[in-house]
Ligand binder design. Structure first.
Ligand code: ADP
Ligand code: MG
Length: 240
């Protein structure tokens, strides 16, 4: 579903992604971990072209990621993204937040978009919040609304960049539960997170990044119990 080869990105002189090779199979859940500043967000942002790398190729579901035009809009629709900050439109209801893009980008009718939106809100457990403004919801509910909004585009891939980092601790579980459900339903997912319990439970593969490189990757049990590199070992010693 995702093939990244030889990806290199610089911000000015700063080489932030170094020869990144990453393959993600259909239905696979890849959790990306690593210290702050290691390039995790930049990698995610390159995958849906919020950032452009200077070198390398990205292929999503067999199609080289386009740089502009209608194809770029399609890529953004196919690759859903959920951020730490929920980025909901505060002056629109939860339902309107979710129906907007499918109507505008996918050309779905209002009736159809609202039906899908209500189903998705039920699926993430906030069906009764549909007609409220986001500000009336808790952080966990807002993040679940943001997930529903991404799903409304019927993406092929979902990227999560620290989706629980801005939440009060008691709300982390409800968002991780929604993500676990998505994974169980076969969604292809790339998840940047510091939630090591989630990584161990839900990941098919853990990718450890440091200084812009993929330093180590493996099945979660092997990675957490027997890291192969000192850098991964040192990182785990700090976070576990
Ligand atoms: P992570 O998500 O792993 O914390 P990031 O991908 O956000 O790391 O950042 C990787 C490096 O790139 C950091 O050194 C960061 O300061 C730098 N960086 C990120 N975004 C920008 C930007 N827009 N301009 C300049 N430098 C950036
Ligand atoms: Mg980040």
């Amino acid at each position: 579903m995702i093939r990244v080869r030889g990806l290199n990105k610089w911000f000015g002189e700063h080489h932030v992604l170094r020869d990144i090779d990453l393959h993600v199979a259909r239905g696979e859940v890849v959790v990306v971990i690593g210290p702050s500043g290691s390039g995790k967000s930049t990698l995610c942002r390159c995958l849906n072209r919020l950032e452009t790398a200077q070198q390398g190729e990205i292929v999503i579901d067999g199609v080289p990621a386009p740089l502009e035009g209608r194809e770029l809009a399609r890529l953004r629709a196919d690759v859903g993204m959920v951020f730490q900050s929920f980025n909901l439109f505060q002056h629109k209801t939860v339902l309107e937040n979710i129906t907007l893009a499918p109507m505008k980008v996918r050309g779905v009718s209002r009736t159809e978009a609202e039906k899908t939106a209500r189903e998705l809100l039920d699926r993430v457990g906030i069906g009764e919040q549909a007609d409220k403004l986001p500000g009336r919801l808790s952080g966990g509910q807002q993040q679940r609304a943001a997930i529903a909004r991404a799903l409304a585009m019927r993406p092929k891939v979902m990227l999560f960049d620290e989706p629980t980092s801005a939440l009060d601790p008691e709300m982390v579980g409800e968002v991780l539960d929604v993500m676990t459900g998505l994974a169980a339903d076969g969604m292809t997912m790339v998840v940047v997170t510091h939630e090591m319990g989630f990584a161990r439970r839900a990941a098919d593969r853990v990718v450890f990044m440091a200084d812009g490189q993929i330093v180590e990757e493996g099945a979660p049990a092997a990675f957490f119990d027997h890291p192969q590199t000192d850098r991964a070992g040192d990182f785990l010693a700090k976070v576990l």
